[in-house]
Ligand binder design. Structure first.
Ligand code: BGC
Length: 541
């Protein structure tokens, strides 16, 4: 998977660039599906009609809206069950993408997802929950197959940008969810929540339909020894006749890479954890842990429970705050995507973790002091504003660092022979932590209802939970320092070399030396060769 179509030394032709952009725009719809789905539930469970339909009634508890509230256990279940589905979806992505292909795999995922969405329109609790699991399977499959398809079909020079587009689409999806939720939240009928849920049919239709029009990944076709079909696919992707010399050269290049891949090992799951000369085990664990730490930044606390949390903190229009949080996330992701190739992966992760840590500690400290809601229900407005501002700064730090960079690194640190499996395991880890955190959060944050009918004991941390997120960001910082090498401007082959011959702490120095050596070499040989994802190349396209 060193490259993809048009990944030859001649660079990218305009026609194939146009195709690459069209493809990534279509495939990035997977990100919209992902972001919109995860972004809807927090708002849906705060709606009056939804609570009346699925919640419990006890006006004495002073929870929820007009006496209707959702038990903590049900809240955990309905929010986190999607991530349980997505976890298995991500694990299924590898066999599915290999059996039916990347393209048809994405189309099937859309059908599964649409089925899950349909079930969530029912008013029965169990059907709603099953719908969440099935939609989750679809999202999990898409969250792995889309970047796999993108990286196999896009010219290698713009692969980094394309992965960035995918994260951008995730944030746009969440923003769209917040906007739709805000538009329907005051309706007192089922349409208040059925409308935002039904909008997801459109995403599934656009992604599934768009994929049907696109070619299959030539790399997948060559992997299956379907040489004729691979040539036709490559021809379509590069806008050239299937029997042209360029298509021929690219087919040969991909075939050679495949042979190289097979020679390194069978690429089994066991190979992913072997401590061989390629440091496969270290790299797989890095991917798995990186995705776990991304979730441990606490970002989804804001996106899943933000609306209900801000409500309980006495903020008058929590839906608007959620929209603001999503706007900050989307805008700052646009900034972040451009920083990756300039500032560097490792450095961005370190800055992002430190920034998030400071913001979260400030939110926690302000929250437990001036930000407390008084016994008579009054709130300190200035403290509330500080709280909101630092939540926004925190999101901005995430969006410019851990949001996109976690996906970029996941796509580039694996050796050729285990890349697809390594990606699937890492993405599954993201969803596992997503599930765990989504499930545990209400038990950590909510007011305890112990001693009441169906009551549960909780830690009732409220805003103090930000002390936990601040501390996990310290964990992110330490993890990055010891496990993430700087890979800015390196080709995938150079990243292999870096893992083989250098250490993480020495990676920055080794990286610079490699680039200098490469430039000196290129100067004497062919200029611009093997720059792969370098910032100069990325800037050119
Ligand atoms: C994370 C999601 C998160 C989103 C927020 C993604 O990179 O994996 O869990 O909700 O960013 O933008």
């Amino acid at each position: 998977m060193a490259g993809g179509p048009s990944g030859t030394a001649e660079g990218v032709s305009n026609a194939s660039l146009v195709w690459a952009v069209i493809m990534s725009a279509f495939a990035a719809f997977g990100g919209i599906l992902f972001g919109y789905d995860t972004g809807t539930i927090g708002g849906v469970i705060a709606m009056q009609d939804w609570l009346q339909t699925f919640g419990d009634y006890d006006p004495a508890l002073n929870l929820g809206i007009n006496g209707y509230y959702l038990k903590t256990s049900n809240k955990s279940l309905v929010v986190s069950i999607l991530s349980a589905g997505t976890f298995f979806g991500a694990l299924l992505a590898f066999p599915m993408g290999d059996m039916v292909g990347r393209k048809k795999g994405i189309v099937c995922s859309c059908v599964i997802f649409a089925l899950g969405v349909g079930l969530q329109l029912d008013t029965k609790w169990s059907t709603f929950v099953v719908g969440r699991v099935i939609a989750g399977l679809g999202v999990g499959l898409v969250s792995c197959l889309v970047p796999m398809y993108q990286s196999e079909c896009s010219p290698k020079n713009i692969r980094g940008l394309i992965v960035g587009l995918y994260q951008l689409a995730i944030t746009i999806g969440a923003l769209l969810a917040a906007i739709v939720l805000n538009a329907t939240k005051d309706e007192l009928s089922h349409s208040s929540w059925r409308t935002p849920i039904s909008v997801q049919f459109a995403w599934a239709f656009i992604l599934g339909g768009g994929m049907l029009l696109l070619p299959e990944s030539p790399r997948y076709l060559l992997h299956k020894n379907r040489v004729g079909a691979a040539r036709r696919a490559l021809g379509r992707l590069t806008n050239r006749p299937a029997d042209s010399p360029e298509v021929d050269a690219e087919c040969t290049e991909i075939t050679l890479t495949l042979e190289e891949e097979r020679a390194v090992g069978t690429g089994s799951y066991a190979d992913c954890f072997k401590n061989n000369e390629l440091k496969a085990g270290l790299r797989t664990w890095t991917g798995i842990m990186l995705q776990g730490w991304q979730q441990l930044t606490g970002i989804n606390f804001i996106f899943y429970y933000g609306t209900t949390f801000f409500q309980s903190a006495g903020i008058s229009n929590p839906f608007i705050i959620t929209v603001i949080a999503d706007v900050v996330n989307t805008c700052m992701t646009i900034v972040g995507v451009q920083l990756i190739d300039r500032v560097g992966r490792r450095r961005l992760l370190l800055i992002g973790a430190a920034g998030m840590m400071v913001c979260e500690y400030i939110v926690a400290i302000v929250g437990v002091t001036a930000g407390q809601v008084a016994a008579d229900g009054t709130v300190n407005l200035a403290a509330q504003r500080v709280l909101i501002a630092f939540v926004c700064f925190y999101i901005a730090f995430f969006a410019t660092s851990w949001g996109p960079v976690a996906w970029v690194i996941t796509g580039e640190i694996f050796p050729l022979n285990i890349r697809a499996k390594g990606m699937s395991l890492s993405v599954a880890s993201n969803w596992l932590w997503n599930f765990g955190i989504g499930y545990a959060t209400p038990y950590l944050v909510d007011t305890s209802t112990k001693g009441q009918p169906n009551g549960v004991a909780t830690a009732a941390l409220h805003v103090k939970v930000f002390f936990i997120w601040g501390s996990t960001c310290l964990g992110c910082l330490i993890f990055t320092y010891f496990f993430i090498p700087e890979t800015k401007g390196l080709s995938l082959e150079q990243i292999d070399l870096l893992y083989k011959e250098s250490s993480i702490l020495n990676s920055e120095k080794y990286r610079r030396e490699m680039i200098v050596a490469n430039e000196t070499h290129a100067h004497h040989e062919k200029p611009t060769e093997s720059h792969d994802d370098s910032s100069e190349e990325a800037a050119k396209v």
